[in-house]
Design a protein around this ligand. Sequence first.
Ligand code: NAD
Length: 496
Amino acid sequence: MHTIEHWIDGKAVPGSAAGRIPVHDPATAGVVAEAIDGTSEDVDQAVAAARAAAPGWAEVSLSRRASHFFRLKQLLDEHADDLAELISTEHGKTREDALGEVARGTDIVEFACGIANLLKGEISEQVSTGVDSWSVRQPLGVVAGITPFNFPVMVPMWMAPLAIACGNTFVLKPSEKDPSPSLLLAELFDRAGFPPGVFNVVHGGPTVVNALLDHPDIEAISFVGSTPIARHVYERGTAAGKRVQALGGAKNHAVVLPDADLEQTTSALTGAVYGSAGQRCMAISAVVAVGDVGDDLVARLRTQAEQIRVGPATDPESEMGPVISDATIERIDAAITDATERGATLALDGRAAPIASGDGWFVGPTILDHVTPEMDAYTTEIFGPLLVVLRAASLDEALEVIAANPYGNGAALFTSSGAAARGFQRRVQAGMVGINVPIPVPLAFYSFGGWKSSLFGDTHIHGPEAIHFYTRGKVITTRWLDDNVATASFSFPTTR
Ligand code: NAD
């Protein structure tokens, strides 16, 4: 059985752990590898390597740092297929979807190539007579990232490239469910010329996470995962004096107005709900049908969803793969039971869907109609191919539904009315908003983040806000005296 090791100080190492975590192929439910179940000693070793590398890396010139990222981008392009294969094997998403994930991760590396421009400070000449001030942003030291299973390449790349470009060194704790891609990423960082200790990986579960949160030599934590763990990471990390950005779970709503183009809306929603088997943080999981659009919309959604070919990523015809584990199927099952007992309609039952091949954790596209906000199917983050459809009399009522929901990651509106769109984008309680765009994930040069229980902390991830998160500011004030005469002043200096 293949063992997935840590990556510390430029090489794969077994660490001190005796324990192993089985890694499954969700399409077969079989074990395909084992990851080291890391210990706090392994974390100490990785942080020590990162700490030793930090001063030297921070001294590397900006243009030289950028040249490493140009090389990394090239290597990521060359190895996109290898990364996608590892993703598909351990996550289950289709090859095309996995390639899309690699491309979106690579976009961040491309953004990091512009670090010299991104780190520019400001200067003010003559803030007082003979006095100039300017600002710089300096690296923090060692920073860590803790990532979820659903994007084993893209989410680590939301963090590591910009943290490192800013002059920090990095320790990644990837999801134990699909850890292999992180090791290939580590090798590519190494081959791109980043010095040993700049990018490190420690595998494991809560023990490793908590050791990172408590570690006195880690300055900042970026986390992406479910809301309960995000809250834990934020509270424990900040209690230990770190800056923390912790992105949590989601319930992303799409509001459909009666004036929407239903054909386009149905296609857009079908991809956004069922792509990656609904296991995207920005997947649409709740549709709010306004006015009388509901029956027609649900009928169209059902027809399209029934045609989705469900099967393993090894089958190039597959459009939707398995879910990550049995637990997701159990959540869907429980949500269907609760909702139908409380009056919802099961418009499409994915438990009965035909599966092209494979005997793993498959469940087909599912639709629950006439769902109300108190049902478990709505209050729980299902994170699978289950769509709930709610009905609302007006756009105002739909906005109230979204506002009352504890999550606030993404929200979309489907309409042909500019006035409705403008009202929605101004009033909706979510961090990322789409107008006739179902998955409004910001590109690398914007920052990504939700509101409410979808993000704990002040700073969104990647894009310009990452530069702020991974650096601290310094303002320097200088005065060069042209004579040696100085008199002591005991009053507070003013600019006048
Ligand atoms: P998860 O919260 O179970 O795990 C995330 C990370 O936390 C993993 O590295 C895991 O090892 C660690 N972890 C799990 N339990 C822990 C515990 N008790 N103590 C300490 N650490 C622990 O999430 P997941 O199932 O891997 O990923 C799916 C979740 O991530 C969904 O809720 C999804 O919405 C969310 N997500 C959010 C975003 C976003 O941008 N907001 C993006 C991707 C995924």
